[in-house]
Design a protein around this ligand. Structure first.
Ligand SMILES: [Zn+2]
Length: 58
């Protein structure tokens, strides 16, 4: 269990949540930020996962 936490994932090193339903996108099957968008498998909403949408930790 929790194997996905240590997998090499293309998530830009941050957590991504669906804009509509709040689902954690990182753990959805096949998740990648390579295309700058990801369609939530829970509700079907397209989410912007580009660099522009990363909220910096300051
Ligand atoms: Zn969703």
């Amino acid at each position: 269990m929790f194997r996905w936490l240590i997998q090499k994932t293309d998530d830009k090193g941050c957590w991504w949540y669906c804009d509509k339903c709040g689902a954690l996108l990182n753990c959805q099957s096949g998740f990648t930020t390579a295309d700058d968008e990801w369609t939530c498998t829970a509700c079907g909403t397209e989410n912007d996962v580009s660099d522009d949408n990363i909220i910096g930790e300051e």
